[in-house]
Design a protein around this ligand. Structure first.
Ligand code: GLN
Length: 458
């Protein structure tokens, strides 16, 4: 089929399903068809066809795409049309992919359920009364609901892996620095990474290859050679040496849903049947990951969000009598409650007199967690854990209790603090028919091993 036909099919599916799912903040119908037409013309002119040629893709609405608003699901960026393009969306277009729309998220990617979006609630396609996970919930629901085959999310503390787990699809957070953050609206810059969602590991591998690579516009971008991830996939784990997998002991036990526990253990024994050698590994500082993250991420966010003052972007409150009151009113009206909570925590943690007690301490914990992982990877090739302690919860269930919401990220956050790659792959269902996710964690830049193990497993 032609790129135009594929784009039209995706647009039709989106039109049919959106009244139930609400995954998209903007559907780029006309632009997508025009882009698809250009792709078809290139094919007709004999240009080389890559694996993403004509493939419809959705992008989380915190990545800048010119000609269409980038809102971060915040009122403060309402109608903000970026004058420049994110490196990832440019790379996707260069690879021939067709961008069909911008997906819903928690405001500024702060949340675990996509419920903090200022605009709409996204439903989990497996049970519409439940959340898709967050913060990249729109991108995950769009793929799980077959609105489009692949999408992009961002992961600061689990925001690709958690929704992948809740929606029963594959989600990958790459090594920090593998994918350019240029044009990604910053939340916590030392943790943010962009990554793909797909229904299969191969789909995720193809998208990763297209978006990865050195970018001089991102000072934290890694200058490394990008492997052909999809070509490295094979159906088994047989290799010269046995693949060693470590089970992180601390991610099992209290707080873990017994059905998740059972499914993940079954998945691990399946990996053993496939030829892997299984060991248990202790990461004793893992449990301090969540509290350290909730100091570091809000601290960086409080600095990153200082730029939304009503002057440079989108929304400006009316009736400010002077500059200061215009700033105050704009920020009071433009930010939602979760974002305000983060700004206040971050400003407090960074303030003189508290900096050593909170921010510096959290950075020390971050180093200890990194060391736990370094020790672990001296004896295993990959680590496994559940992606999340539970399956998808009901909409509204955790909105009144931020701590219980934060606990959803218990197992994903240490991976961001250490800058490592992490992947979530479906590993069964609970008794209510809700998907369960298995998390695979790799050493720095070992996306190839992660994808190989995940592919052999699926
Ligand atoms: N739920 C975490 C938070 O609210 C992670 C978000 C993310 O990865 N973007 O900060």
């Amino acid at each position: 089929r032609s790129a135009v036909e594929l784009a039209q099919e995706a647009i039709d599916r989106i039109e049919t399903l959106e009244p139930k799912l609400h995954s998209f903040l903007a559907v780029m119908g006309e632009q997508a068809l025009a882009q698809a037409k250009a792709v078809d013309e290139k094919i007709a002119a004999g240009e080389e066809i890559g694996p993403l040629t004509g493939i419809p893709i959705a992008i989380k609405d915190n990545m800048c795409t010119p000609g269409v608003p980038t809102t971060c699901a915040s009122k403060i960026l309402q109608n903000f049309i970026p004058p420049y393009e994110s490196t990832v969306s440019q790379k996707l277009k260069d690879a021939g992919a067709v961008i069909v729309g911008k997906t819903n998220l928690d405001e500024f990617a702060m949340g675990s359920s996509t419920e903090s979006s200022a605009y709409q609630l996204t439903a989990n396609p497996w049970d519409l009364s439940r959340v898709p996970g967050g913060s990249s919930g729109g991108s995950a629901a769009a793929v799980a609901g077959s609105e489009c085959p692949v999408s992009l999310g961002s992961d600061t503390g689990g925001s690709i892996r958690l929704p992948a787990s809740f929606c029963g699809i594959v989600g990958l957070k790459p090594t920090y620095g593998l994918v350019s953050r240029y044009g990604l609206v910053a939340y916590a810059s030392s943790l943010d990474q962009i990554g793909p969602f797909g229904r299969t590991v191969e789909d995720a591998a193809i998208v990763l290859e297209a978006i990865a690579g050195y970018d001089p516009k991102d000072s934290t971008s890694l200058n490394v050679k990008i492997p052909h991830y999809a070509d490295l996939l094979k159906p088994n784990l047989k290799s010269k040496g046995r693949l060693r997998i470590g089970i992180i002991t601390e991610t099992f036990g209290t707080g873990l849903d017994p059905e998740v526990d059972e499914a993940v253990k079954k998945a691990i024994s399946h990996l053993q049947d496939l030829g892997a050698e299984i060991q248990t590994i202790s990461c004793p500082n893992f449990r301090y990951g969540l509290p350290a993250y909730y100091i570091i991420a809000p601290s960086e966010a409080s600095a990153n969000l200082a730029r939304y003052d009503g002057v440079k972007y989108g929304f400006r409150a009316e009736q400010g009598d002077n500059l200061l009151s215009m700033y105050e009113k704009t920020r009071a009206q433009g930010f939602g409650p979760e974002v305000k909570r983060r700004i206040m925590i971050g400003t407090y943690a960074l303030s003189a007199g508290y900096y050593d007690a909170y921010y510096l301490k959290a950075q020390k914990v971050r180093t200890l967690i990194k060391q736990d992982f370094e020790k672990a990877f001296a004896s295993v090739d990959i680590l496994v854990s559940p992606t999340a302690p539970t399956t998808a919860f009901k909409a509204g269930e955790k909105t009144k209790d931020p701590i219980s919401m934060y606990l959803s990220d218990l197992m994903t956050i240490p991976v961001n603090l250490a800058g490592l790659p992490g992947l979530s792959i479906p590993c069964g269902f609970d008794r209510q028919g809700l998907p369960i996710g298995l998390q695979l964690i790799g050493d720095v830049l070992r996306e190839d091993v992660l994808l190989q193990v995940a592919h052999a497993y699926e």
